[in-house]
Ligand binder design. Structure first.
Ligand code: ASP
Ligand code: MG
Length: 404
């Protein structure tokens, strides 16, 4: 039998009962004859609490120290789960990131996995031990601890599954799959049986929080099948793989990102090099820019540029532009917006979908502030207050009604 990687999110390890529940899930997989590598997040909101404490002591703690602090959450959780497994009669051992062979670059707080050396894991598996690995952490060549960015234990799980050529990587949380809209907010949302990597990548980038987008990217690269499922129900989850049977559904889902801001530069001179001076400036400071629109004035001498950034980086972006870019009349930032995206395969070749989305918003009398589209998505920026209604209308009038 093969290897299965089972990753547990913080919400399904949050207390003793949850730890025991995870141990039972693992025990069942062992009894089915698989070798199991479990990957854990920190318990509940532990990571947030660790960061808050560090920030109480220093407004901007050194990133290296923050990584040591944050990785402690997974360290504790891995050994708690191992103790719970032992109590359930399972032979097991916990390993920290470095012991599990997770090597990374030295970008503290958002390190990338550069290499996995699974020798120790394989040794433990050959002794018929379940191996519980602390997710979210690795070690740089300098022997410093690193973390992989928030939500990074999904990435640990997929990277280990790839290195061990596991049969599947199961991601357990409190949500039992990927839905056509957030099931917590939209009870009419429908669970998808399967989703392709590329569609899942868009969904994750555009607001579906069940899976980390970098983990999906890695799974795609190494063709690791993922199943997203609940630790608290036996319902089959959603499988993410290459040739997903999309049940003829053209649209897979509609997502919302509320943590975005819209920045507008008015009255810039309409000449070559402007975009480079604006976006080069932001790129040098690692500010990620998303939708970008430019329109020129009637006489063609001036232009306005509008773009979106993560809300957390909006003030920094505006400050940078005000300090180092003198070419605009005014710079305006609006944080009261949300990005609603309709995600699916072949959107651009199905004009009916785009029309239907606009029709849905028109019926609800919702004004669209920005639009961008690609083969995989149609994204709309709207007032934050309109976002829920927009999703409701799109779900009602578009999803499930359009077939490829
Ligand atoms: N515990 C880390 C976080 O809260 C990593 C994870 O949960 O995947 O971001
Ligand atoms: Mg997570």
């Amino acid at each position: 039998m093969g290897i299965i990687v089972e990753k547990f999110g913080g919400s399904c390890l949050k207390d003793d009962e949850a730890l025991k529940n995870a141990a039972q899930i693992i025990r069942q997989t062992v009894e089915e004859g698989y070798d199991v590598v479990a990957v854990v997040s920190a318990q509940g909101d532990m990571t947030d609490r660790l960061i808050t404490k560090a920030r109480r002591l220093h407004k901007e703690p050194a990133k290296r120290e923050l990584d040591v602090i944050m990785s402690a959450g997974e360290q504790l959780c891995a050994s708690y789960l191992t103790v719970a497994l032992a109590a359930a009669g399972i032979d097991c051992v916990s390993l920290l990131g470095w012991q599990a062979g997770v090597r990374t670059n030295r970008l503290f707080g958002s390190a990338r996995v550069t290499d996995i050396n699974p020798a120790r894991i394989r040794r433990e598996l050959s002794k018929k031990h379940v191996v519980v690995v602390a997710g979210f952490q690795g070690i740089a060549d300098s022997m410093d601890m690193t973390t992989l960015g928030r939500g990074g234990s999904d990435t640990t799980a997929v990277a280990l599954a790839a290195a061990l050529e596991a049969d599947i990587c199961r991601i357990y949380s409190v949500i039992d799959g990927i839905y056509t809209a957030d099931p917590m907010e939209f009870p009419q949302a429908v669970k998808l049986k399967e989703v392709s990597y590329s569609v899942m990548q868009e969904l994750a980038y555009l607001g579906v929080k069940v899976l980390n987008p970098r983990a999906v990217e890695l799974a795609h690269k190494y063709a690791v099948p993922i199943e997203v499922r609940s630790a608290f129900s036996d319902a089959p989850g959603t499988v993410i793989r290459e040739e997903a049977d999309m049940e003829k559904m053209l649209i897979s889902g509609v997502t919302k990102k509320s943590d975005v801001a819209r920045i507008r530069l008015n009255g810039i001179e309409n000449r070559a090099g402007q975009a480079f001076s604006i976006f080069g400036l932001l790129a040098r400071e690692n500010i990620d820019v998303d939708m970008i629109l430019q329109a020129d004035s009637e006489d063609g001498n001036k232009a306005d540029i509008v773009f979106t950034v993560d809300e957390a980086q909006a003030d920094e972006a505006v400050n940078l532009l005000q300090k180092h870019y003198a070419g605009a009349n005014t710079i305006v930032c609006d944080k009261n917006v949300a990005k609603v995206s309709v995600v699916g395969l072949g959107m651009q070749s199905h004009h009916g979908v785009i029309k239907a989305v606009f029709e849905a918003l028109s019926e609800e009398n919702i004004n669209i502030l920005m639009i961008s589209s690609s083969e995989l998505r149609l994204s709309l920026v709207v007032d934050a207050a309109d976002a829920e209604r927009a999703i409701g209308a799109i779900h009602r009038l578009v999803i499930g009604k359009t077939e490829a």
